[in-house]
Design a protein around this ligand. Structure first.
Ligand code: RIB
Ligand code: CA
Length: 314
């Protein structure tokens, strides 16, 4: 069993990633931690708790609120993409489960230290909690089994600026700490998710037609993003960056081309704040620190997604 801790700014596709983890036959989701990101912080906490409830697991997975703002910068959210509540403005009821009182940073440190080499971290949000955990307990970094993160871009395909992807852009200072922490890690960049994980009109209609609790939930949660994509990109589509990352965690074959590279992030300039740089040619002569995903299986990802949406094990 893969033991997972998931750090999320729950809104939009974060919910699909959570549901996929909860349906995995080869993994156990042991903790969810919340980072500032997509929408109002307390709303993100409620969204995570409600998603766990939709998956029929209310009370089974503890949810720990963490960083309420980035390390050094003003926090800017993404309601325009996901709706004011981050859930397509669906008006979902309050969740039954309560969040834990322990801070996410301590939850991360304690879980990793309690089982050295066993816990896999999945980051689908800005990296503030992870950076704080590494700063608070630097030795913890050596005990993480692996970190998978959705973030950055491999050769500039920004979604919040021309150069930067949202998770990196919100807290590039935290990303810097994590990238240089020595944790073995895999990067799933925005460009891979756009190339292989974009669901378009016919697939979205197939999902809506499933009529399961999970499919109805996904359709509602992504409603605003679908409008946003039409408006901004002229495409009838919904992106799946977080669930695609989770699919790779659960099934290594979803990532079809992975290369070890040196990756860094810009936290100094304004124009390229949060831009990730992958040293393809090794011209910097730095030791590679990241397994970068260069290719993904659209077929396998969709198989896993549809199994989850049908209420089956993934
Ligand atoms: O840029 C995509 C990322 O930002 C995803 O994690 C999405 O959920 C949003 O948080
Ligand atoms: Ca996210």
């Amino acid at each position: 069993m893969i033991r997972l801790l998931l750090d999320t700014d729950t809104a939009g596709d974060d919910t699909t990633a959570i549901m996929m983890a909860l349906r995995a036959s080869n993994a156990s989701l042991e903790a969810v931690t919340i980072n500032c990101g997509n929408v109002d912080f307390d709303q993100e906490v409620r969204n995570a708790l409600y998603t766990i409830e939709v998956a029929g697991k209310s009370g089974d997975v503890p949810v720990y609120p963490g960083a309420r703002h980035p390390l050094l910068r003003e926090w800017e959210t993404a309601e325009r993409v996901h709706g004011k509540d981050g859930m397509g403005d669906s008006g979902f009821p309050a969740p039954k489960q309560r969040p834990e009182s322990k801070h996410a940073v301590d939850a991360i440190i304690e879980l990793v230290n309690s089982s050295p080499g066993e816990v896999t971290l999945v980051e689908i949000a800005p990296m503030t909690n992870l950076a704080l955990a590494i700063r608070k307990d630097p030795a913890m970094a050596r005990k993480v089994r692996h970190l998978y993160f959705m973030g950055g871009t491999n050769q500039y395909l920004g979604n919040v600026t021309p150069a930067a992807e949202f998770n990196m852009w919100v807290d590039p200072d935290a990303a810097k700490v994590v990238l240089h922490s020595g944790i073995p890690m895999t990067m799933v960049g925005w460009e891979i998710c756009m190339r292989h994980g974009l669901l378009e009109g016919p697939e979205l209609r197939r999902i809506a037609a499933l009529k399961t609790r999970e499919a109805r939930f996904m359709t509602a949660v992504t409603r605003q993003e679908r409008r946003f994509m039409k408006e901004v990109q002229g495409a009838d589509a919904v992106s799946c960056p977080d669930s695609m990352t989770m699919a790779m965690v659960l099934n290594g074959a979803v990532a079809t081309d992975v290369r070890k590279k040196f990756v860094d992030v810009d936290n100094e300039s304004d124009l390229s704040r949060g831009a990730t740089y992958v040293d393809h040619l090794g011209v910097l002569g730095r030791r590679p620190n990241v397994d970068v995903v260069y290719g993904a299986s659209e077929r396998l990802f969709r198989e896993m997604l549809f199994r989850m949406l049908k209420g089956e094990r993934v």
